[in-house]
Write a protein that binds this ligand. Structure first.
Ligand code: ASP
Length: 454
């Protein structure tokens, strides 16, 4: 116990990240054991009962934060940026970097997969076939036309991130135009932003148990035997994800900001753990925002814009999966796609990642579009279906890492990064103290509320 405490945060015992890691490892062990000793009782009451319920509650709690948090932090960001021209510049840089990193990611994945050659001489027997229905690829025009919401309330209710970003930026700019009249609005938004961040803190304290249940359920459902027939696919995919995360992204970070990749990786770890556990970039937005602003030191005026944007349009890990899966299936079916085919795959995957939200399993839907475009049989997806949940967890962690790297690069280029925060290992670390309520402040607030009532 002593050693764990000393590795944790000073006052509040173990840091939250340590507890989440423990929850994750415990979930992994328990899930793997349950997968082996599976009985109808365990499945009904534990895996699909308690673990399902707690996991879903935790996931919903995270999702419930996303829309209000993005709205208020982005409003503060737009109003606090000081100059509308900067906003356009930040958006432009982030957009270009997001597209560029995704393109590099999938190109790397295709080259690596072509070199390794997974799926050559694949034995189709022993792999359960599943029905997969394809989805039409959206046109470039639709992808961009859909950014403007016809009804903002529908956009908010459905969590349409690009539409919300668009609407909030327009409202923020309008508030800037109204000048001093907007001051009370700005103060209200700042307060709401702080309030929502505090709700994030509350929810994050439930993470160790939530993460435990999510991971235990995933591993209880996924037997190791599912991996055996497609081991070459999994190995190629994991290698490409690792090369992109530790190689490309970290080189980019070091080259463009001079910041230490080791420190960066340490600070982004909580968000990666959440992304891995939830397999959803969208649900991870509150944690990514917290890590990027409070731990890495990126100013809210940049992060409030680039993080939710990245969760939606930037999916490096997902693009990598598209690349490896296409090469794998082309090999399985003995079809040569040629350079033109692979260029189509790259274009389609980048476009699809812009047009689709970061939610679990969306990568598979995107893959149906990509395969359809280059004429590969969509049924092939059945081969990798069994391992997709775990692959989804891994690629989501890479997706949000890309969002954080680009946010940091853009902030650094704008001089909007606080290096004191970045260099302080304890900055933004959550511990038990964050949930304490100051009794005097509580009493004062109650008095004020009574006075207002009268
Ligand atoms: N789950 C991924 C995300 O949310 C998308 C995917 O690859 O399915 O970023």
């Amino acid at each position: 116990m002593e050693t764990m405490q000393s590795s944790g945060h000073a006052q509040g015992g173990m840091s939250l990240t340590t507890k989440i890691v423990i929850g994750m490892v415990a979930g992994l062990i328990v899930g793997t054991i349950l997968n082996k000793v599976s009985t109808p009782f365990i499945d009904a009451y534990l895996v699909d009962g308690l673990f399902y319920m707690v996991g879903k509650m935790f996931l919903s709690a995270l999702k419930m934060l996303v829309v209000p948090l993005v709205t208020f932090s982005l409003l503060c960001g737009v109003m606090g940026i000081g100059d509308i021209a900067i906003l356009g510049r930040v958006g432009g840089k982030a957009f270009v970097l997001y597209l560029a990193t995704t393109t590099v990611a999938i190109a790397l994945a295709i080259v690596l997969a072509l070199a390794i050659g997974p799926g050559k001489g694949f034995d189709m027997q022993g792999v359960a076939a599943a029905k997969v229905t394809g989805k039409e690829a959206p046109s470039v025009w639709d992808v961009f036309a859909n950014i403007v919401p016809s009804n903002p309330f529908t956009a908010f209710a459905q969590g349409e991130m690009l539409q919300i970003i668009f609407y909030v930026v327009v409202v923020g700019v309008a508030a800037l135009m109204l000048g001093r009249k907007s001051e009370p609005f700005l103060r209200a938004c700042e307060y709401m932003n702080d309030l929502m961040m505090q709700v994030v803190t509350i929810v994050m304290h439930f993470a160790p148990i939530g993460v435990f249940c999510l991971i235990a359920r995933s591993f209880a459902q996924q037997g190791i035997e599912l991996f055996v027939p497609v081991l070459a696919y999994v190995a190629t995919l994991v290698s490409a994800l690792a090369i992109h995360l530790f190689g490309t992204l970290m080189l980019l970070l070091k080259g463009m900001t001079g910041l230490s990749p080791v420190k960066f990786m340490h600070k982004i770890r909580p968000a990666q753990l959440f992304a891995f556990s939830t397999a959803s970039s969208n649900a991870t937005i509150p944690v990514t925002l917290h890590s990027v602003t409070k731990r890495i030191g990126v100013d809210n005026s940049v992060a409030s814009f680039t993080v939710p944007l990245g969760a939606t349009i930037n999916m490096d890990g997902t693009a990598i999966m598209q690349g490896v899966a296409t090469v794998f299936l082309a090999n399985v079916y003995g079809i040569d796609l040629g350079l033109g085919g692979y260029l189509t795959v790259i274009m389609m995957a980048v476009l699809a990642s812009v047009g689709t939200a970061g939610v679990p399993g969306v990568g598979l839907v995107m893959l149906t579009m990509v395969l359809g475009q280059v004429g590969l049989p969509i049924e092939g997806i059945a081969l990798i279906l069994g391992v997709d949940r775990l692959m989804d967890m891994l690629r989501t962690a890479v997706n949000i890492s890309g969002d954080a790297v680009v946010s940091t690069i853009v902030a650094s280029s704008e001089g909007k990064i606080d290096l004191a925060v970045f260099n302080d290992p304890d900055a933004g670390v959550l511990d038990g103290d964050d949930l304490e309520i100051d009794e005097q402040a509580e009493a004062a607030l109650a008095r004020t509320a009574h006075e207002h009532d009268r």
